[in-house]
Design a protein around this ligand. Structure first.
Ligand SMILES: [Zn+2]
Length: 379
């Protein structure tokens, strides 16, 4: 259960802004904004979707910072009342839509902060998925670093050893002598290298980043969508609560993500697949060894594309709010930017940042304003 996950983490003070009221677009505005999102997707060549806990709430898994989120309730001395087990949770409409959009080449990459394994269960391929905070259904070997899919969620968090020997064979057929560890990050663990590189490069190459069900408060995950905007791409945020970066977005839609994406699929004329156990690698893992390691060839291929497109390119928008970002608390004052990006650091978000988030109207910005990118973000 996600409570068990939360309870397994070390105590941590800076859990961000919690329990801000949710907002819902009026129907007419909702329809208009979904039209525009569908249009953005159709017109874009490289689309990256960033997902957070908000896409799994309709599967019965509580989020963290919503009005009934795990951290929100924790602060009130309570626990969520509805809570499905990770073992039983099924991918939501949003997970299945994302799998479909990737398969028909409308979305090129998904970057997830979720550890619930629902993207894996949906059948989304590893080639198109970064799991920045780990996955309850994936173990990692401490020696060869290969990852393997589990048939049940792991019972530990924080990279603990399960004692199970690694199943990988080295070149020459000799078995790896490593042991398997859970891959679920605790606060301040380094993010997995290849997942983070893939996420960062895809976000930089993208001409459209869509954030779904995240308040974007955790760095570096929450800042990756800004890379798209910095290189001149569009940023869309779909969330019930205001987010940290609403004021930098080209479009903000406050509504249930399942409903937004269902509407968008309608407009695009695409059908929504249902969950199929035959595509669920955690089911296959009951009777086979399933490798979940990111292919190094994919990382190197993407690096080439990233360097060709972004190296030497003057970023269209300067690093917005760079001062505030650099002033954010770090666990290690000696961290340079690179180190900083390799850690999960919960933000102690200043009171004024949420005010900005709420006052950002989320209305569609016109092209002329957008071209004047640095201006629009001053307010
Ligand atoms: Zn190994």
């Amino acid at each position: 259960m996600s409570c068990n996950y939360a309870e397994g983490l070390s105590p941590y003070e800076h859990k961000g802004i919690l329990g801000v009221p949710e907002k819902f677009e009026p129907l007419e505005k909702f329809n208009k904004k979904c039209d525009l999102l569908a249009q953005y997707i159709s017109q874009s060549k490289h689309v990256v979707v960033h997902t957070g806990a908000g896409i799994s709430t309709s599967a019965g898994i509580p989020d963290f910072r919503g009005p009934n989120g795990v951290w929100t309730l924790e602060k009130q001395g309570k626990k969520p009342s509805t809570n499905v087990s990770f073992a039983d949770a099924k991918p939501t409409k949003t997970h299945m839509i994302l799998k479909k959009l990737v398969e028909c080449n409308k979305v090129q990459y998904v970057v997830s902060q979720n550890i619930d394994g629902l993207h894996l269960k949906s059948g989304l391929s590893r080639k198109h998925l970064a799991e920045l905070h780990g996955n309850m259904f994936v173990d990692e070997c401490n020696v060869c670093k290969r990852q393997f899919v589990r048939n049940r969620p792991v019972e530990t968090v924080g990279k603990k050893c399960s004692g199970v020997p690694c199943a990988a064979e080295h070149v020459g057929g000799r078995p790896c002598r490593g042991r398997l560890y859970d891959g679920v990050l605790d606060w301040e663990h380094s993010l997995p290298d290849n997942d983070l590189l893939m996420a960062e490069w895809h976000s930089s190459i993208a001409d459209l980043s869509i954030c779904l069900g995240t308040t974007l408060q955790i760095i570096p995950s929450g800042n990756l969508p800004l890379e798209t905007a910095k290189y001149g791409g569009k940023l869309v945020i779909c969330n019930l609560q205001p987010t940290k970066h609403d004021n930098k977005a080209d479009l903000v839609i406050n509504y249930y993500v399942d409903d937004i994406l269902e509407k968008v699929m309608n407009i695009l004329g695409l059908d929504i697949p249902t969950y199929n156990e035959a595509d669920d690698l955690s089911k296959m893992a009951e009777s086979a060894i399933i490798d979940w390691t990111i292919n190094r060839k994919d990382v190197l291929a993407l690096e080439k594309i990233f360097k060709a497109k972004c190296k030497g390119v003057k970023k269209k928008r300067s690093l917005i709010k760079s001062k505030r970002n650099s002033a954010e608390p770090s666990t290690n004052s000696n961290d340079d930017e690179v180190d900083d990006k390799s850690k999960i650091i919960k933000l102690e978000v200043q009171e004024n940042s949420i005010t900005e988030g709420i006052t950002a109207n989320g209305d569609v910005k016109t092209e002329s304003v957008e071209q004047n990118g640095t201006e629009q973000n001053q307010g």
